[in-house]
Design a protein. Structure first.
Length: 269
């Protein structure tokens, strides 16, 4: 699904500007779940900072959104590097204001010839890359965003985990599962650390979602997952975005340290 072509999440049709006057930052913002989250936030009044490594697509989409009168700022960054996260956060804050909503959405799940590598096959460099992108980036961005949230006593952090972080899933490799499990641990720990400052931290654990990432595996694998999912289908980016926007909103002001499966009943944990 290409950037800028998503239907607005169902929550965005309510007419309530839940995020008016707030700045949100979304990592992995270009395409798939990230784009659906961005569009949902914009539809409900937020200013949104987009962070992604895809500079051409990011610049083009940000320009399109600005042409629609949306308050957005795109920052090109390799989020596995702290200095690039720092520069991206500074650019967005200067243009849109400091963030009170942070969505650590970015994630990669490399495949080789359509399959996940076993532990004895995996190059250490691949392990390091996945840990840096999926896990370290969440620490980097949260470290950068929380000083303002703490000072203002207002903030929402949402970490994008996965059902693969809770239950064995042979579609992904160990590095992906390990990072997604670690995000669950960070979610609970940060929720306790930040709670006294009225900053909530929650997580989402999507199942099989129809994103460009699924194109890296054979269609029969996705069909098999749909067959053992209670709702007998894959999810959509907009369905994940709806859950994310709930956690980002004041409707969830007394919810923290929680990780919600958005998986249609697949790998129920």
């Amino acid at each position: 699904m290409s950037a800028g072509t998503h239907a607005a999440p169902a929550s965005a049709t309510s007419g309530a500007a839940r995020f008016a006057g707030q700045t949100a930052i979304v990592t992995g913002a270009v395409g798939g779940i990230g784009s659906a989250i961005v569009e949902g936030l914009l539809a409900e009044g937020a200013r949104v900072g987009l962070i992604d490594f895809n500079g051409l697509a990011g610049d083009a989409w940000a320009g399109q959104l600005r042409g629609q009168g949306r308050a957005v700022c795109f920052a090109l960054a390799d989020v596995s590097r702290y200095e690039e996260c720092e520069a991206a956060y500074a650019r967005i804050s200067d243009e849109l204001g400091p963030a009170t909503i942070l969505i650590n959405n970015v994630g990669i799940s490399p495949k080789t010839e359509g399959r996940a590598l076993k532990v004895w096959e995996m190059p250490p460099a691949e392990w390091d890359r996945v840990v840096s992108v999926n896990l370290n980036s969440a620490f980097y961005m949260t470290r950068l965003a929380t000083p303002h949230m703490v000072a203002q006593r207002k903030g929402r952090v949402i970490n994008m985990s996965s059902v693969a972080g809770k239950a064995y899933c042979d579609i992904v490799a160990a590095h992906y599962a390990a990072t997604k499990a670690a995000l669950i641990g960070l979610t609970r720990h940060w929720a306790a650390e930040l709670g006294e400052y009225d900053v909530t931290v929650n997580g989402l654990a999507p199942g099989r979602i129809s994103t460009p990432l699924l194109k890296s595996v054979p269609q029969e694998i996705n069909d098999a997952v749909a067959g053992v999912t209670a709702l007998r289908r894959l999810g959509t980016p907009e369905e994940v975005a709806d859950a994310c926007l709930f956690f980002a909103s004041d409707q969830a002001r007394f919810v923290t340290g929680q990780v919600l499966d958005v998986a249609g009943g697949w790998l129920m944990t």
